[in-house]
Design a protein. Structure first.
Lengths: 112, 138
């Protein structure tokens, strides 16, 4: 049920999954981030396969970028693990606020 | 892929002079995306897509596709690192992934009928509300 709600919110790999896990499911910030990544992984695989079938994108290049990125991900995750939960949560909240403000700005500058 | 085909996929990429810098750029974009992903538990696309468009000269659609592909190794690395620390809740993740497939079908139907501008506005406000809750606590 929670998963269906998550899907409806377009949360499959999105920015709302972590807050959902923290606020609605009651996980800690670290658990939420970790679990979110495990949801994102199959979602990204499925989406990439579908796009590749339609000839969109460049999967070999993407995977090479991703392998370099994987190094960054390990560093990022270790950094996250070293931060206290409330600090990490605050950083995440800032990300959400920036994303929200950009969307509002985009909506207001768009033609009706 | 021939260079002509590659030009169709990513015009800037085939034409860019100094191709070793091109690879350095792509690597830097990947690194930035990875850091973001590992730190915050998101995909990393929010950082990579704009960089791929503006800095690596990909079209919007291809940038999204490349970003999604890069997210595969990136999120895997994140899962393994967090997993080693015992933070991954596997069954919850499985349930969510399964549910989100169902939810996504319904969501795309609704999405097709929505007014994009209103949707952005509503979603933007929603994100701000969620941000506030994250700070204030449950």
């Amino acid at each position: 049920m929670a998963g269906v709600l998550a899907g409806l919110l377009g949360v499959g790999g999105g920015i709302l999954l972590v807050p959902f896990l923290v606020l609605a499911v009651g996980m800690s910030q670290h658990e939420a981030e970790a679990t979110s990544l495990l949801v994102i992984l199959p979602t990204a695989i499925a989406a990439s396969v579908a796009l590749r079938r339609r000839g969109v994108g460049d999967l070999p290049v993407a995977l090479v970028i991703g392998v370099v990125g994987a190094v960054g991900a390990v560093v990022g995750a270790l950094l996250a693990l070293s931060l206290p939960a409330d600090v990490l949560r605050a950083v995440f909240a800032v990300l959400l606020a920036i994303a929200g403000l950009r969307l509002i700005r985009d909506a207001r500058t768009e033609q009706a | 892929m021939t260079s002509q085909q590659r030009a169709g996929v990513a015009p800037g990429l085939a034409a860019a002079p100094g191709s070793q810098w091109r690879y350095a750029r792509l690597g830097a974009i990947g690194l930035a995306g990875g850091l973001f992903s590992g730190l915050l538990g998101v995909g990393g696309g929010v950082v990579m897509v704009p960089l791929l468009v503006l800095w690596a000269h990909y079209g919007q659609r291809n940038a999204h596709a490349v970003s999604l592909g890069a997210i595969i190794p990136i999120s895997l690395a994140g899962v393994l690192t967090f997993g080693a620390a015992g933070e991954v809740r596997v069954w919850e993740a499985v349930a969510l992934a399964a549910g989100s497939i169902v939810g996504a079908q319904a969501g795309t139907t609704l999405l097709a009928r929505a007014d994009e501008r209103k949707l952005k506005l509503a979603f933007g406000v929603f994100l701000l509300v969620v941000a506030a809750f994250m700070v204030v606590g449950r």
